[in-house]
Design a protein around this ligand. Structure first.
Ligand code: AMP
Length: 460
């Protein structure tokens, strides 16, 4: 329905007022930074420099191959969504929604948030595009940045990347097991398989979890004094989260706490046993972890995380996921049992670096094109394009004039061959080709340079 002019004006006024009052900036009055101040990264945000691209390329290409292999189609989701999408799905009492979202009222008066995670958007997209009419389960794969205004520390940023696999429209336990298998395979292919452990639990359905929550409250209430300040609040709003609190005093009283597995109803228990059986069949080792609950409200039944065996700082999980049978319906769709997982890219890269896992450099130039003199430079610029057209990876440094500096750069870049074009070669219609490892040089006809090089690189 088109909005009336009055409605839009009111919304605009409201947005302007919100900015003035600081509501749109999370309670902070708008700061006008001095124009002379050098702009810097926001806290918790990072640039990814060329030197690190090999990690990103590798991770994205491995994930893409797995997605193709297991039949997951790529979806690109928007970064901004309506704020209510997250408060309704992730949960209004969760840390993410209470404290961590980048939310603001835009100039049109809409409440929007930078996505803190992608599963809610996946469920929204499922409803919005009528995916219920597609062949079920609908399998989707995503890769992109997420935003949470957490306290930045090692392994915790305010913008971080996640990749995720989501299967919507099936309640079958085999789906849960296959998702865990994909996650495990992804890490194994990166050389991390032996360095991680898979943690699995079931948190039951809404009905059995309600009884369990009450039981937890009964258990923790007399011990309230020993709980940290956050957990005192969780006791009322979200008692399950006390189980995965990292505070030592809270952990010290977990020992005797009732365990969810004892409270699962027959259907949830049977579902979980089947997931476990499937994992056994696939020979995937896992740890049954009764304290694993995950921090988001939409989870039901199976939950899992993958942790490095050796703790990296205070941050443990490389990623996690589980079943969310009620989410699509909660957002206005038909009942659609679903499951998925997401992986934190920066944490995976940290582990790869920490364990010195070798990553092959993909962008090593095959040829370096060196030139001396202005005529040679012009000719080299043309040759560069001819080489590129043949699919040869070429590096150059046309801004440098010294041959020594160019050869040093060629060495540094590990180019296999260097082509050298000087004043003499321009006049003779020749070019020098140098094999970098042995230092052997030969003079060849300029016109035959591309074909000769292709032969040497075994491209013909
Ligand atoms: P979650 O669904 O919240 O458990 O997030 C899944 C994964 O995303 C985590 O296991 C981390 O690897 C990653 N992740 C979550 N929050 C952050 C953050 N603030 N900074 C870096 N990575 C994060």
């Amino acid at each position: 329905m088109p909005r009336s002019k009055k409605q839009v004006t009111t919304k605009k006024k409201y947005a302007e007022k919100a900015v003035k009052d600081g509501q749109a900036t999370g309670g902070q009055p708008v700061k006008r930074s001095a124009s002379s101040k050098t702009p810097q990264l926001l806290r918790g945000f990072k640039d990814v420099l060329p030197i690190d691209q090999k990690y990103w390329d590798l991770i994205e290409s491995r994930a893409k191959n797995l997605a193709i292999g297991f039949g997951y189609g790529r979806i690109r989701l928007p970064i901004l969504e309506e704020t209510q999408l997250f408060s309704r799905s992730v949960g209004k009492d969760t840390d993410i929604v209470q404290k961590e979202m980048f939310s603001f009222v835009d100039a049109g008066g809409d409440n929007v948030s930078a996505r803190p995670e992608a599963t809610a958007s996946i469920a929204r997209a499922y409803n919005e595009h009528g995916m219920i009419n597609w062949s079920q389960p609908v399998k989707l794969f995503y890769f992109g940045p997420m935003f949470r205004r957490e306290k930045p520390q090692s392994g915790r940023q305010r913008q971080f990347y996640q990749l995720g696999f989501e299967a919507l429209g099936s309640a079958e336990p085999v789906i849960d097991a296959q998702l865990i298998a994909i996650f495990n395979k992804f890490l194994t292919q990166l050389g991390l398989g032996e360095l991680v452990t898979i943690q699995v639990n079931s948190i039951g359905c809404v009905t059995c979890r309600a009884e369990y929550k009450q039981e937890l409250v009964n258990y923790f209430k007399p011990k309230r004094k020993l709980l940290c300040e956050d957990c005192k609040k969780r006791l009322i709003k979200n008692p399950l989260r006390i189980l995965d609190c990292k505070e030592a005093s809270c952990q010290s009283i977990l020992g005797e706490a009732p365990q969810i597995l004892d409270w699962l109803d027959d259907e949830c228990k049977d579902h979980f046993m089947k997931v476990i059986e499937q994992l056994d069949q696939l020979e995937i080792s896992y740890n049954l972890n009764p304290y694993l609950v995950r921090g988001l409200d939409y989870y039901t039944k199976t939950v899992f995380e993958i942790w490095p065996k050796e703790k990296l700082g205070s941050q443990t999980a490389l990623g996690g996921g589980g079943r969310y049978d009620g989410l699509v319906e909660l957002l206005g769709g038909r009942p659609t049992p679903s499951a998925g997982f997401s992986v934190g890219i920066e944490r995976v890269i940290n582990l790869l670096k920490e364990k010195n896992i070798e990553i092959e450099e993909k962008n090593v130039p095959q040829v370096f094109l060196a030139q001396i003199g202005s005529q040679a430079k012009t000719k080299a610029m043309k040759l560069l394009e001819l080489l590129q057209d043949e699919g040869i990876v070429v590096a150059e440094s046309f801004a440098k004039d010294s041959l020594k500096a160019q050869l040093e750069l060629s060495n540094k870049l590990k180019a296999k061959y260097t082509l050298i074009l000087g004043q003499k070669e321009v006049l003779d219609g020749t070019i020098l080709i140098r094999e970098m490892e042995g230092g052997v040089q030969e003079i060849i006809d300029y016109k035959k340079a591309v074909d000769d090089l292709k032969r040497k690189l075994s491209m013909t």
